[in-house]
Design a protein around this ligand. Structure first.
Ligand code: UDP
Ligand code: MN
Length: 277
């Protein structure tokens, strides 16, 4: 019976999607994703923040807005604190996959499911997209003349970790230990995860090109390719917006393009009835 259950293809409900956020972004960022892609993964998505918010809580299934009590700044400690909490909650969920995204990420939910169906959750998988073309090099604090190098997946592009690998991370990640490791190497949360998986556990990063953070040129993604991508983001760099280029809602109404992406992918949803086409 157990064998049969293991062979079932991965479904949406086998995935734990955690979104890192902070109280300042509840209105500006969370609402947008709750109204768009999260409608397709309502029961599978959990939000990790640093304050209570009854208004947001009302939009979500109960228990899905988690106040980590981590501090609400962009410090290494605060970010690792949230990631540690995401990991602990994932481990308590018994799901096959742990996927982390930032709150400025659009997740193409059916494509994420299709991706994870290609990998066996009972093997070790670290899926993501590096932002550097080379491994990160740091000084080995045990042996300061020695450098050590490892790959890490950028948190802003999305990271998925299989259950088997998540279990192996436990001694370095569980119960807040991620914070201790992050403090030791003095790096942010996504680098710390890479250090644990790629340096300590010696497991490779599998590059998923379809994870698109705002660290890459989003305007270069061509419209016919949009449906094959798994995550998108947006950012403003000075005068220039790094956003997807596609037709849809007016840029004043949809500056992030997330509504236009959502209605491009799912045109027959009720919310998309009044998109100009
Ligand atoms: N974030 C946070 N606390 C902060 C600032 C940001 O938890 O004080 C979260 C934010 O909600 C997002 C992620 O960290 O999920 C990355 O933040 P942002 O997109 O603003 O910066 P980036 O690192 O992408 O430049
Ligand atoms: Mn960002």
């Amino acid at each position: 019976v157990l064998k049969v259950a293991q062979l079932q293809p991965t479904q949406l409900d086998d995935i734990y999607i955690s979104v890192k956020t902070t109280k300042n972004f509840h209105q500006s960022r969370l609402r947008l994703i709750i109204d768009t892609w999260v409608t397709l993964a309502r029961e599978q998505t959990y939000f990790f923040t640093d304050a209570d918010d009854l208004e947001i809580q009302k939009l979500l299934p109960s228990g899905h807005l988690i106040n980590t009590n981590c501090s609400s700044d962009h410090s290494r400690k605060a970010l690792c604190c949230k990631m540690a909490s995401e990991y602990d909650c994932y481990m308590a969920s018994n799901k096959r996959w742990f996927c982390h995204v930032d709150d400025d990420t659009y997740v193409n939910v059916p494509q994420l499911v299709a991706l994870l169906q290609k990998y066996n959750h009972s093997e070790d998988w670290y899926l993501g997209k590096p932002s550097l073309r080379h491994p990160l090099e740091i000084i080995d604090r045990n042996n300061p003349v020695q450098k050590l190098a490892f790959w890490f997946a950028t948190g802003g592009a999305g990271i998925c970790i299989s259950k088997a690998l998540a279990l192996k991370m436990l001694p370095y990640t569980g119960g807040g230990k991620l914070m201790t490791v992050g403090e030791k190497i003095r790096l942010p949360d996504d680098c710390t995860v890479g250090y644990i998986i790629n340096y300590i556990l010696r497991k490779d990063l599998t590059v998923i090109n379809e994870f698109r953070s705002h660290l890459e040129a989003l305007w270069q993604i061509r419209v016919p390719e949009i449906k094959n991508q798994i995550t998108f983001s947006y950012a403003k760099y000075g005068e220039k917006n790094n956003i997807l280029r596609l037709e849809g809602f007016d840029e004043n109404k949809d500056p992030t393009r997330f509504w236009s992406i959502h209605c491009h992918l799912f045109p027959y949803t009720k919310q998309c009835a009044n998109m100009p086409r």
